[in-house]
Design a protein around this ligand. Structure first.
Ligand code: XBP
Ligand code: MG
Length: 236
């Protein structure tokens, strides 16, 4: 699959689902382990998590789930964790996530390492625009990616850096501001509809790499849609 990278100076990568299958192999098991740790009687299966992924941000996701139980108004709603407890659960989830990265629970998406090293060799720069927490990016980078990728990211924007998470364009707008770049010189790599909209609303072209939870997404706004990076044949 041809992708013409000649108009772009920067390739901006989303993290979860795009660089690695971190949602199903990292965040989801970590959420469930954190529920156990705090004796909260919740367990999310893949189908539930797919639905919950419509909300970006782990803490926001926890609050949305609590809200859905409240709305249903059945027995499960007799006791619900307050915000303070959900904050602790979220923190524990991210600690368990870091442990999973250390244990090798995820690998880079097929062809990702080749793609980044290849574009770097052609003088392009890359960055990270995610609305996951900084700690999650740091552990994925240190434990999984850094040893295989020849260059450092030119910019890293994470959830704590913005007030509004994807699909709001804030994270992408901040990235181009920090880079001092024009949006037309950037292309985003995303796996979700929310991510695609965030980049699109910032005026940035999008390459979609389909992932486990968003394989059936509507990506009609994307320039190119691939199943993984090994399908891409970039020109410079
Ligand atoms: C990432 C997210 C995150 C992760 C969990 O979105 O939605 O919420 O699922 O991370 P994207 P936190 O990669 O599209 O930016 O728990 O740290 O929020
Ligand atoms: Mg993603």
């Amino acid at each position: 699959m041809q992708i013409d990278l000649s108009p772009y100076e920067y390739i901006l990568f989303d993290v979860d689902g795009t660089m690695a299958e971190t949602e199903g192999l990292g965040h989801l098991p970590a959420f469930n382990a954190a529920f156990k740790q705090f004796s909260i009687p919740w367990h999310w299966d893949s189908q539930t998590y797919k639905e919950l992924l419509k909300t970006t941000g782990g803490f926001e996701r926890l609050k949305d789930y609590r809200h859905s139980i409240e709305q249903a108004g059945n027995n499960d709603a007799s006791w619900l964790p307050d915000d303070k407890l959900l904050k602790q659960v979220h923190l524990a989830k991210n600690q368990i996530y870091a442990q999973l990265m250390q244990e090798g629970a995820v690998v880079a998406r097929t062809g990702l390492v080749w793609f980044i090293n290849e574009l770097s060799a052609h003088g392009k720069r890359w960055g990270v625009v995610t609305t996951t927490s900084h700690s999650n990016w740091d552990s994925l980078w240190k434990q999984v990616l850094e040893s295989q990728i020849s260059t450092e990211p030119a910019v890293v924007i994470c959830g704590e850096d913005v007030q509004l998470k994807k699909p709001d364009p804030q994270a992408y707008l901040l990235a181009i501001k920090k880079l001092g770049a024009d949006q037309t010189t950037c292309i985003a790599v995303e796996d979700s509809g929310n991510g695609l909209l965030a980049a699109w609303n910032a005026g940035i072209d999008v390459l979609v790499v389909r992932s486990q939870f968003f394989s059936d997404g509507d990506f009609s706004l994307a320039k190119v849609i691939a199943d993984d990076f090994s399908q891409l044949n970039p020109s410079y």
